[in-house]
Design a protein around this ligand. Structure first.
Ligand SMILES: [Zn+2]
Length: 409
């Protein structure tokens, strides 16, 4: 990811629409961006719309196997989860092969960085390393969000048989295993608390302290299901977001995944602490989850991002428009979020949640950019609304990551 070269984009999104944009890249980062200049000899021409690379903030690569597999028979989230547990046993070589396929599919959808929320620890770090190796092989940036997962529920019940391999035994052993993982070119190691269900208060503090001492991103699944909130209220006498606040976990380095069943007080806490919320609308739809109050969260001060989560769908533009469209149906109003805000969720704010200097085409950032085009379509001025509502993963024609072309059609 240390490429050098010149790219000339017909139209590009630089926070505003620009034409004839020359992107000069050195050592994997953007050295300069110039608008309104003709293509110099040797520059690679990018026809169509060039935008910053898309951030997939929340993925479980192994769940890609479930696509189309459990769409009959009925049930709820918990029954889905029982089915999902059938897909958690892997050996490293198979997982590497599988992850390469999943990451290639993401690259072709214009995703330049993925956050892998990883809790398959049956072989120590072997499967985490398989994810890293697969990402490096394909050329996608990866933030490995290694999740601490210790118990079966808030009442302290033990793990179910299928969950045993997720656990390190305790948070100190989680930390020692984390110490064995290392950042590399295109690789960031980051921390995750699986959920308030799976991690007790003291262990939560160990994980968040670990993340903060190293200034690495911290992620947590938050209030996806009403049952988690009810159990938390019953046992801890507060909501999951209040519990995180009580334990000092909330902060601008925290990304909360889902945040669907949150109260007005939760929204206030999450907003005041500048927590990033990652919505995963296509997965949430697939699971029959409710629609979260993303508008209220954004107005309270949260940034937004999106993820493909179970990878039932691999299309970040679809996630961005679903974030809006689901709320239209839930609220009966239109344009809850402006298209620019949806694009920012899919790019700059998502990259920040994953710990990358990316998501914007400007000097100093990683040279990660994606070109989309609709062959045979009319020439059209680049605008975020048409991008979010009129384009999809299948319109991606070129992807550059760290100044290296990884998709070219
Ligand atoms: Zn998840």
């Amino acid at each position: 990811m240390n490429g050098t070269g010149l790219w000339h984009a017909e139209q590009a999104w630089l926070g505003h629409r620009a034409e004839n944009v020359l992107i000069d890249v050195e050592g994997g980062r953007i050295r300069s961006v110039e608008e309104g200049v003709p293509a110099p000899p040797g520059a690679i021409a990018l026809k169509g719309w060039t935008i910053p690379g898309l951030a997939n903030v929340h993925s479980h690569a192994f769940q890609r196997l479930l696509r189309g597999e459990i769409e009959s028979g009925g049930g709820d989230f918990w029954e889905w989860r029982a089915e999902m547990y059938r897909f958690t046993e892997w050996d490293a070589a198979d997982y590497f092969k599988h992850a390469r396929f999943v990451f290639r599919e993401m690259l072709e959808a214009g995703i330049t960085a993925v956050g892998e929320f990883h809790y398959l620890h049956g072989h120590g770090n072997e499967l985490g390393e398989a994810l890293i190796d697969a990402a490096r092989e394909e050329g996608i940036r990866i933030t490995l969000l290694d999740a601490c997962y210790l118990r079966g529920g808030l009442d302290g019940r033990p793990l179910e048989a299928e969950q045993l391999t997720f656990s390190d035994g305790d948070a100190d052993r989680w930390a020692r295993r984390m110490d064995q993982l290392q950042d590399a070119d295109g690789v960031r190691i980051a921390a995750a608390i699986h959920s308030v269900r799976a991690v007790d208060s003291e262990s939560m503090r160990i994980v968040s302290t670990y993340a903060r001492e190293r200034r690495i991103p911290l992620h947590v699944h938050l209030a996806e299901q009403a049952a988690e909130v009810e159990e938390c209220m019953h046992i801890e006498k507060c909501t999951p977001a209040e519990l995180l606040e009580r334990e000092g976990v909330l902060g601008p380095d925290l990304t909360a995944i889902h945040a669907i069943h949150v109260s007005d007080h939760d929204i206030e806490l999450l907003g005041q602490n500048g927590v990033c919320i990652c919505a995963c609308p296509t997965t949430e739809r697939d699971l029959g989850d409710h629609v979260g109050p993303l508008d209220a969260l954004a107005r309270a001060g949260c940034s937004l991002s999106v993820g493909s989560d179970s990878n039932a769908v691999t299309d970040i533009l679809e996630e961005a428009r679903a974030l809006e469209l689901d709320q239209r149906r839930a609220s009966g109003t239109r344009v809850v979020h402006q298209p620019e805000a949806l694009l920012r969720a899919a790019t700059a704010d998502g990259m920040r949640a994953l710990g990358w200097d990316a998501g914007e085409i400007r000097a100093g950032m990683f040279a990660d950019f994606v070109t989309l085009d609709q062959p045979g379509g009319l020439w059209r001025e680049l605008n975020p609304a048409y991008l979010v509502y009129g384009f999809s993963a299948c319109d991606v024609t070129n992807v550059v990551i760290g100044g290296t072309t990884v998709v070219s059609q």
